[in-house]
Design a binder for this molecule. Structure first.
Ligand SMILES: CC(=O)SCCNC(=O)CCNC(=O)[C@H](O)C(C)(C)COP(=O)(O)OP(=O)(O)OC[C@H]1O[C@@H](n2cnc3c(N)ncnc32)[C@H](O)[C@@H]1OP(=O)(O)O
Ligand SMILES: N[C@@H](CCO)C(=O)O
Length: 396
């Protein structure tokens, strides 16, 4: 079934050169509320072609007649399109920004049409290393390196298929904020407003450094099998668990960990023998949770895409790149975030020359953007109000 709402920009060379994207049934095991689009082929930023890319997504509300009420919500590293709603069959986690979308919510579905897609390279329905290639075999080690720009290029094809020429608002946290800012940098005429939360214009050496240890933890696992573990053994669960322990420590603040766990033993265990401290037990728990719901190959893919993230690559200075954008741009930072410190949000605003940084107070560090949901809701509601006046809207 070919895509009927082809309202994307008429670019004859683009339309004529490729078969039409078409709606398909989502892969087995994805969120039952999701839909799916099949892209016959995409060409990655590297120049490598990637055939038969499926992108799965969820929507809330209705696209209006002018198609000018669409909002794109971008998930973070281990998130997915399930922004709100309960966990259930095909959906291992509850919505990660509960209360954000719905009638009367900050993203009010009485007015807005909200879209959230699963990222390219991930493991929640959109094509990634664990997906089957056109011959029906898992891509595994053959899945090419992808970038944040590739992730957004896939979302642009989805927007085309949905008949969305321009987003009223794009928003996201962490890796989601990277995609939201790439929409601004790479598709400035398709975004009225952007809210970049706990993120950055380009990865820092600190973030790249923490990512290297995580990647080596996975690739050093004997069950990694060079990335071709799909259908062969348990996969690098130990390595993924170790990577998560490293990552989760960076997602929280030292003060929070000290306050919550101190030097307490875990229950009756004795750290002086073979027992654990409570904080070690907590990290063991976080590792077990992630390995039960996430794929190591996708973790490597997406972590590498975050490390290579740089909206200025091949485009000039950040001021030049963001200065070309005449829409609304705001950032939110968490005051205790030691992975994406406040100055990374300030750098974005300074380069754009307008908007502002809202510094959110939280003891939770980087994960504060997922935990302080009232503060996030308020920032999103303000951004929705601010963007209303950015472009004249046809009454439709
Ligand atoms: C876009 C995205 O990034 S999505 C990310 C993943 N999203 C989700 O998981 C959806 C739900 N969201 C959440 O849970 C939060 O937003 C998260 C992910 C940031 C977690 O934040 P918090 O609420 O602070 O939970 P916290 O990190 O303290 O972990 C609490 C868990 O640790 C466990 N725990 C606490 N102390 C210990 C200990 N000493 N030993 C073992 N386990 C412990 C708790 O029992 C609890 O278990 P549970 O998660 O199974 O209920
Ligand atoms: N802790 C969240 C945010 C990381 O940026 C996740 O696991 O995706």
């Amino acid at each position: 079934m070919t895509v009927t709402q082809q309202r994307h920009r008429p670019t004859p060379e683009r339309d004529a050169a490729r078969p039409a994207d078409r709606w398909v049934r989502p892969p087995v095991g994805t969120n039952p509320a999701s839909r799916a689009l099949l892209l016959p082929e995409i060409t990655l930023e590297s120049g490598v072609p990637l055939p038969r890319v499926t992108v799965t997504f969820q929507t809330w509300g209705t696209l209006n007649a002018n198609a000018d009420n669409a909002v794109l919500v971008e998930h973070a590293l281990t998130g997915d399109s399930h922004v709100v709603g309960p966990a259930g069959p095909g959906q291992p986690t509850a919505g990660w920004w509960p209360g954000l979308i719905g009638p009367g919510a900050p993203l009010d579905t009485r007015e807005l049409f909200v879209v959230a897609s699963n990222v390219l390279g991930g493991c929640r329905g959109t094509t990634g290393p664990g997906s089957s290639d056109p011959a029906g075999h898992p891509w595994g080690s053959r899945f090419p390196a992808t970038t944040v720009r590739d992730q957004v290029a896939v979302e642009a094809r989805l927007a085309d298929a949905l008949g969305i020429d321009r987003w009223r608002l794009v928003l996201g946290g962490s890796m989601g904020g990277m995609r939201a800012l790439e929409w601004v940098a790479g598709h400035p005429d398709r975004v009225d407003g952007a809210l970049i939360i706990a993120s950055t214009a380009r990865a820092t050496a600190d973030q790249i450094a923490w990512g290297q240890a995580q990647a080596l933890a996975i690739t050093s696992d004997p069950d990694y099998l060079g990335g071709d573990y799909y259908g062969h053994g348990p996969g690098p669960r130990q390595g993924l668990g170790l990577a998560r322990r490293i990552a989760h420590t960076t997602y929280r603040s030292a003060a929070e960990l000290d306050t919550r766990f101190g030097r307490d033993p875990q229950g009756a265990e004795d750290p002086m023998s073979d027992g654990r401290f409570a904080v070690e037990s907590y990290l063991d728990h976080q590792a077990a949770k992630l390995t039960a719901r996430f794929d190591a190959g996708s973790y490597l893919q997406l972590s590498r895409a975050m490390a290579t993230h740089d909206v200025t690559r091949g485009r000039g200075s950040l001021a030049h790149v963001l200065g070309a954008y005449d829409g609304m741009l705001r950032t939110v930072a968490v005051d205790s975030d030691r992975l994406f410190p406040v100055e990374l949000s300030q750098e974005i605003v300074d380069a754009h020359g307008r908007g502002g940084v809202h510094v959110m107070s939280s003891s939770h560090g980087h994960d504060g953007f997922l935990i302080e949901t009232d503060a996030i809701a308020a920032a999103v509601a303000e951004a929705v109000d601010a963007v209303r006046g950015v472009r004249p809207r046809e009454v439709g």
